[in-house]
Design a protein around this ligand. Sequence first.
Ligand code: ZN
Ligand code: ZN
Ligand code: FE
Length: 755
Amino acid sequence: MKKIFFITIQGIVQGVGFRPFINKLAIKHKIKGIVYNKTGSVIIESSSSIKKLKPFIEDIKSNKPPSCIIEKITLKQIKSKKIFKNFSIVKSKKANEMKFIPPDLKICNDCLKELFDQKDKRYLYPFINCTNCGPRFTIIKNTPYDRKNTTMDKFIMCSSCNKEYNDIKSRRYHAEPNACSLCGPELILQKNNGTIIDCDDVISETKNLLKQGKIIAIKGIGGFHIAALATDDNAVLTLKKRKKRTKKPFAVMSDTIEKVKKYAYVSEYEEILLNSIPAPIVLLKKKNNNLLSKYIAEGLSTVGVFLPYSPLHFLLFDEDIPALIMTSANLSEEPIQYKNEEAFLYLKDIVDFFLFHNRDINIPADDSVIKPFNNSFVFIRRSRGYVPLPIKLNVKSKDIIGVGALLRNTICILKDNYAIPSQHIGDLENEKAFEYFKETIENFMKFYEVNPKAIVCDLHPDYLSTRFAIEFAKEKNIKFFQVQHHYAHFLSCLVDNNLHGQAIGVIFDGTGYGIDGNIWGGEFLVGDEKIFKRVAHFKNIKLPGGDLASKETFRCSISLLSEFLSEEEIKKIYPDKNVNLILTLIKKSINTPLSSSVGRIFDAVSSLLNICDLSTYDAEAPMRLEAIAHIYNDKENYEIYPYKFIKINNSFEIDIIPMIKKILEKRQDEPPEFISYSFHMTLAEIICKTVNLIYKDYKIKNVILSGGVFQNTILLKKTTELLKNNGFNVLFHKNVSPNDSGISLGQVFFASKKI
Ligand code: ZN
Ligand code: ZN
Ligand code: FE
């Protein structure tokens, strides 16, 4: 019998214009055959010779659509009676394979050209898109990714759009959100009292309002932004006052790199990041001028900047608008607003106007935030543009759900050999975030046809995610696992590097429930994918007031000072604080948990140096301590402060009281910037010394760095450098964040080894 070739292409190949691309290429190479989607993959069947197919496949690899990710191409020969006379796209076939959903895609250059082409039918149409660009994940209601399964189902295409949609030669062939001004979504400008603004040109009107200093909620791709002129102190201050968010920094959007370069330093690599398809917020070093309002990123050396990614964003700018604040529209730590009616109720006291549109967002997703580091970057928030890209594991697993921790929660599902972490959900302390959390689990189960055999959560008994997991396991009668917080960080970094076997883990963060019931956060672990041991940690600090100590950072400082100073002496350092009360809490052990957290050490030093006594948002004090150290970055001029190792049974404790004594002395006559830098360098040295001590006993060369503290790139850089110089193999995160949003990935990995 005759034979034909069967080419399977796996990866993110659906919803990214892949089949029309293959069709075009096949015509160019004179290939005969068919192409179709088969659940997660694209299949090409061809009767052409291998001589013709090889360059064709090479061409696929090197010229694939920008947003498509090819994971694997396999070629095999099968017996078949089929005869192909030409090349064509045929209907999708169903199969029991993993279905992938593409992330939302930034507007492509072709659409951008049409957007500003007066002769084009979509001239200035804010919802222009094609097979290469547009919303994806945020409009999906079910899989497979087809118009009827998206929130575009309510718009009936006009005949011209319909023609494009069905024309295989069109770049809108099966562009699911395809639309034009005749048939698609539209904008509505409304005052915060509900009055609709009746005008010819909603966009021009919006721009005018922004230029007048008005604050406007603008519905985007993954939710609402709050927009205001970033150069207008009054507008920024008004927004701050209304949002009651105090010093939390705002992200800023400009429409060109040239504009960005006026207020921030942009390296070649950072420019690539800004221009990348996920269009993340990139933390850039601020320039020392007053172009942007000084209230945008108070006390920080960086500003979060992004470029427009939806057509609407591009339309919001002109030469009189250098930069706009575009901050996620939410109240305090609640999830982002994404539904018109709800957003109106929630935001009407914060904004002056609303720019709504009627394309529904089904899955909210915040903008992603990344911090450049050594020609790579650290995820601060992995969300819109990256989610739901899968992370491939080496082994297949039964379906598992990981529910994450508490702050910066994400969930993660594991199916076959793919882990899919969810978008940023938020802090599970509030009711709204918990609702959003449950919805996300439901959606992910539906989209990926998850039939969970296990659910896994943190060790903390009181987290809402833990309670949810217990209930869920009972209800579904499936296995239930708990993973210690820092071990989950460890595992998350292990999978992120596709590593198997033993490693030393340096896990530093703010807080996590330890197996001894204390709060951990300055941990040195030795472990593999099945088991771990705590081999060293920072000596416990008493935290008078418990959780309050991470906000009122002077509590940490006073606690450390009380180890070697009298009440009178402490009062001289903190004359305006209730030292007596704090010392009483400590003495009587009232609401004073013990913690080995490095986050709290940062808090204490930040307070001691008068940088930040009160964190008005999560991790403000450590971030500002890092910010001031930046002027010394990469300099070899620093001091190493003293510290002590205490050996207890088979593990070490690190005592930093000698360092605190030294800092107290130095702060009289040395600038806080220098002390902060020296503090960072000392911590890096402590890590390296401790890892060397552990190596003596365990002979392990792989060192994992994880936990939120390693978002601090001064510490990360020096630590990496010292460990490498000492012959260690340093492993850091690539696909997920070192902070608690990476926990759910570690959790599912753990369960996959136990189930
Ligand atoms: Zn496009
Ligand atoms: Zn149309
Ligand atoms: Fe953590």
